[in-house]
Ligand binder design. Structure first.
Ligand code: IVH
Length: 716
């Protein structure tokens, strides 16, 4: 079976303009948070693990390409979801982290390469501990004086839920640790799981009693642990495998991961019996395939194999990067595939008008979800000559009527991984891209330009804001968090208002209140008197807006958040920027040179600005908007603060401010905020969980401050 192509989402992400990437980042972050909540708090996920992983993969790829998108609120900065309010909270003494993932054999080889490059060991081989990745819920058990005192779920990685009373009912969790050499404080971490047999029996009982039916053993284990009444947990057969430790008051005389597992057994825990010590990547991969074959016969669910560097001193040396250990990786089992028929191809038009061909499938179940759409990337991909996406096999192209193999993994929507040519019907039709856009304007189709100004592989509509498809996407950007940030005006409502013709362009949002005697928004489903009042208040609150947000909200191609900030800094006032845009549109050489001289602004951005302001429709949209809102001048960064001119890096989780706030404040005070530590860094502000950047700071002798010290330094 083919492995999930890992490079695929990265390539797709690389195709997005910064503005598109930003919108995608926000969209994914909301989606991921929703899934986290349903998974961790409600024990009722609505997507498969593979789909969730695919979302996370894409999200990570976005943040990798645009590190400036990362803020404290980003799902990448948290693990899972905040704990539910049903249980008392427990702050983990050491964060409970998640693992980096491998999908292909090469990812595992890359993992080994990274480790070797980092450690430069003298020995020729590395020793690994390979453990099945148990598909349950992770648990941190704290023992003091050998007695179990608390059991906490992972929660968001920093704070979990106190489920001690429930966990005490598990046979595999000792109340008291065995042996004399147990540290006074001893945290043991592992996975709570339910056997498949117990899960089926439980569901039968639940069904008979008319109670919740669980989707899989993991959800039923999580649901059973998160009961208010421990007697219910006690009635559910749950197991526990120990696999790592948290806080320890003394280090037991243990030097390897395999030794740690034996020690867990000595002090009273179960560990997974399939665990194997391996001495090479080939051995790891052989073990992985052997476990994959055994998987169906095991009485508990596993979703991959975890490889850990066996020597604990090396684990410690390797440490952590981006909240994940460098010394371990989870090699996931491949995403599920299915065979179905491609019925049709439709064109989807994005915010900047770019076309994505979407394959309409004969609906088919993959990994428990019905799939009807599949991305076909672009024209070249369909014709089998490359383009985006994992290329099809040599000589394959995609035609309407083809039988295709689809896979859900590594991307937001599923993709075609193969075409069964011998099943191709006689009448299978080659797909030809439309010459006119499917939008109501039927504009001429043009080729998209890439960020470097070259001809891209995608086609797009040339209708810009006159195109209703692009207008709605632009409106979504307009109200989004990094632009006008209008509370109570989500995508759904906006789409509704747009379809009704109530909001056709940004300025219309500001006249909604005045027009409401006619519109009667409070009668719209999902709204009521209060929410409409709140919406109007939220809109009013945005009549004044900072220049950088305003520029970002205009939806100019290639002008995202960072570029908008650079422009705002460069021109300071809307009047100055607006005038420059007009001049640039008229090819005024002096104005072009002036814009070009700004930090981070180059030819492509200037061309986009010129194109945007050459279009009379866009100019009118902007003009009508500026009649409704006042654009505040950009604040000039201070040149006399304690940090002006300094390069600062924020790392770890900040507790008194979000990453965004920290960045904005620092920049306002004249500091430059960077994403990585180098010799040029002046200060590193490190919160809990800081990893590699903190190490880099020590390496380069950079001064490290706590969050409080930073606040004192800047006088807040
Ligand atoms: S080690 C620092 N070992 O997978 C990370 N995790 O994405 C320590 N899991 O949260 C985790 N089996 O819930 C480890 N043998 C195993 C595991 C395992 C399942 C889960 C665990 C963790 C997640 C990592």
């Amino acid at each position: 079976m083919a492995r999930a192509p890992r490079s695929k989402p990265l390539r797709d992400v690389a195709d997005l303009t910064k503005a598109q990437a930003k919108v995608e980042h926000m969209r994914l972050s909301l989606e991921i948070e929703g899934h986290n909540e349903r998974y961790y708090q409600d024990d009722a996920p609505t997507v498969t693990d593979a789909e969730y992983d695919a979302l996370r993969e894409r999200f990570n790829a976005l943040e990798e390409r645009f590190p400036e998108f990362v803020d404290a609120e980003s799902p990448s900065q948290k693990v899972g979801a905040a704990p539910s309010r049903r249980f008392r909270k427990i702050r983990h003494s050491l964060p409970m982290l998640s693992l980096d993932k491998a999908y292909k054999d090469d990812d595992v080889r890359d993992f080994e390469d990274r480790v070797v490059r980092f450690l430069r060991p003298n020995e020729p081989t590395l020793d690994f501990c390979a453990e099945p990745k148990i598909d349950g819920l992770s648990m941190s058990l704290r023992y003091e004086g050998g007695e179990l005192v608390t059991a906490a779920t992972r929660g968001d990685g920093a704070v979990g839920e106190d489920v001690t009373a429930n966990i005490r009912t598990l046979e595999d969790v000792p109340q008291k640790l065995k042996g004399r050499n147990v540290p006074d404080i001893c945290e043991v971490r592992g996975e709570v799981y339910m056997t498949k047999r117990a899960f089926l029996a439980l569901n039968e009982r639940q069904e008979a009693a008319g109670d919740t039916i669980f989707a899989n053993p993991r959800n039923s284990a999580a649901g059973s642990v998160r009961q208010k009444d421990p007697r219910i947990t006690a009635s559910r057969p749950l197991g526990f495998f120990a696999y790592s430790w948290g806080e320890l008051s003394d280090s037991p005389p243990i030097t390897t991961q395999t030794g740690m597992l034996h020690w867990f057994e000595d002090i009273g825990f179960e560990t997974n019996p399939l665990t194997k010590r391996c001495h090479s990547v080939d051995e790891l991969l052989a073990f992985y395939h052997q476990i994959e074959e055994q998987r169906a016969k095991l009485d508990y669910d596993i979703d991959g194999v975890v490889y850990k560097i066996n020597r604990i001193a090396w684990q410690e040396q390797l440490g952590f990067a981006s909240g994940m250990p460098r010394w371990a990786i989870a090699h996931k089992f491949p995403a599920e595939q299915a065979i179905t028929v491609l019925r049709d191809i439709e064109i989807q038009v994005g915010r900047t008008g770019s076309f994505t061909p979407v394959g309409k499938l004969e609906p088919v179940g993959v990994g428990g979800v019905i799939v009807q759409n599949v991305t076909l990337h672009n024209e070249d991909y369909i014709r089998g000559i490359g383009g985006d996406g994992e290329p099809l096999r040599e000589g394959r192209d995609i035609r309407i009527g083809d039988t295709v193999v689809i896979q859900r993994a590594g991307d937001v929507i599923p993709q075609v991984v193969d075409v069964l040519i011998d099943k191709r019907p006689k009448g299978a039709k080659e797909y030809h891209f439309p010459k006119k856009c499917p939008c109501p304007l039927h504009t001429d189709v043009i080729r998209e330009e890439t960020a470097t100004g070259e001809e891209g592989s995608r086609l797009r509509c040339s209708g810009e804001f006159a195109c209703p498809y692009q207008r709605i996407e632009h409106l979504k950007l307009f109200v989004s968090r990094k632009a006008f940030d209008i509370d109570g005006l989500g995508e759904k409502q906006l789409e509704h208002f747009f379809e009704e013709g109530w909001v056709k362009e940004p300025a219309d949002i500001f006249t909604l209140h005045q027009r409401n005697t006619k519109l009667r928004l409070e009668k719209v489903e999902g709204y009521g008197e209060t929410s409409v009042r709140n919406l109007f208040a939220a809109i009013e609150a945005r009549r004044e807006i900072g220049l950088e947000r305003f520029i970002n909200a205009l939806g100019i191609r290639q002008v995202g958040e960072t570029t908008a900030l650079a422009l705002a800094r460069g021109y300071s006032s809307w009047a100055a920027f607006h005038e420059a845009c007009f001049k640039v549109a008229k090819r005024d050489e002096e104005a072009i040179a002036e814009m070009d001289a700004l930090d981070q602004i180059g030819e492509t951005v200037i061309k986009s600005i010129a194109d945007y302001f050459s279009e009379s429709h866009n100019r009118r949209v902007v003009e009508r908007l500026t009649q409704q809102v006042s654009v505040l001048d950009a604040e000039k960064p201070k040149s006399n603060s304690a940090v002006s001119g300094k390069t600062v890096v924020f790392t770890g989780s900040l507790e008194k401010m979000t990453r965004d706030q920290a960045k904005v404040t620092a920049e306002r005070l004249g500091a430059k905020v960077s994403g990585s530590v180098s010799k040029k860094t002046d200060l590193v502000v490190a919160g809990p969980g800081a990893g590699s950047k903190l190490k880099d700071a020590t390496k380069h002798g950079v001064k490290v401050l706590t969050e409080d010290e930073w606040l004192t330094l800047i006088g807040e």
